[in-house]
Structures are given as C-alpha cells and as structure tokens.
Design a protein around this ligand. Structure first.
Ligand code: ZN
Length: 178
C-alpha cells in the first residue's frame, strides 16, 4: 500500500490568489514611465483568469517625449502630466473588449474617482488594493463613496511578510535550473 501511494504528496502553492494577482499588478506597475508614481493593475474573472492589465502612462502610440511628465501644478494643466496620463485602471478597462461584470481588480494604489466611475460602470465587483496613501485626498474619498453606493467591495491586501523572500527563493531556483 505504501508503495502505491508514494507519489501522493501533500502539495500546495506557496502563493494565494490575492498575493499572486497583486504581484502581477506590481509587475505591471514596473512598466510605467511615470517618474513619481508607478501604478499597475490586473483584472481577473470569477475563475481567477486574468482578463486585462494596465499601468499608468501616456496614450498608446503617441510620442511621449512631446508631453510633460512633471506634476508641478503651478503651471496650467496643459503643462502637467495630469492633463495627459491615463491611469492604470482606465488603461486595463480600455484594453479589453471582454465583459468585466463580477470581475475583481487588483491595483497597487487605491483608485481615484475617475477610475472608480469606470470600475462601477463596468460592474466590477471588488477592488483589492495595496496602498491607500492618498486616502485623505478628494479623489479616493469620492471613489469610496461611489463604491459604497454601488456595492462594489474594496479591501486592502497586506502581503505576508515572507512574500518577497519566497519570491526571491523561487527566482533563484528558476535561474539555477537554466
Ligand atoms: Zn484613476
């Protein structure tokens, strides 16, 4: 009996889904060229399949060097990044034609009110965020109001302290086996 069962090993992934998708969102943020704030997100369906991803950036296909990346608000909007940058959530929503109804969005920074409008309109059911560092400002406060009125859940993901240690170990194992 023991011999037959020798390959039935108790296995589990060292990552839960929330951490897995938040890592994907963090990887997406890595692509942002914004010198101040890099944000990434992924949208995931009810089967934990990734539907879309995005990061904050200028419009696809235009020469970004012709537009300002600075955030100094002493000059008109025309000369600030805020006039041109598309947020990660808006990019992820723009870049898919699939239904987002009942999907979850994992995002590294709590959404602003403009992205919240899109998230609510697309009937996304939950927002999972890493940071809410702008919680005192108007945008995220308005976003929370919209989420509460439309019953979109939101929760803060606190990655386990061992997450990056595990990731590092995993990468090292991958690289050892090249
Ligand atoms: Zn936004």
């Amino acid at each position: 009996m023991t011999d037959q069962n020798i390959n039935f090993i108790d296995v589990k992934s060292s990552l839960n889904w929330d951490e897995y998708f938040m890592l994907q969102a963090m990887i997406a943020s890595f692509k942002s060229k914004d010198p101040a704030t890099k944000v990434g997100c992924v949208i995931v369906d009810e089967n934990n399949h990734q539907v879309s991803m995005g990061y904050n950036g200028m419009l696809a296909g235009i020469d970004e060097s012709k537009l300002p990346w600075g955030k100094n608000t002493d000059v008109p909007l025309e000369f600030q990044k805020y006039g041109y940058v598309v947020h990660s959530e808006a990019n992820a929503i723009l870049h898919t034609s699939k239904s987002l109804e009942n999907c979850k969005i994992y995002v590294t920074l709590f959404p602003c009110n403009e992205c919240a409008k899109l998230i609510v309109s697309k009937k996304v059911k939950e927002v999972i965020y890493l940071s809410d560092k702008h919680r005192e400002s108007e945008g995220p406060r308005m976003a929370k109001k919209l989420f509460e009125l439309s019953k979109v859940k939101y929760k803060n993901l606190v990655p386990s302290p061992k997450l990056f240690e595990k990731l590092n170990l995993h990468f090292n194992q991958l690289m050892e086996n090249l």
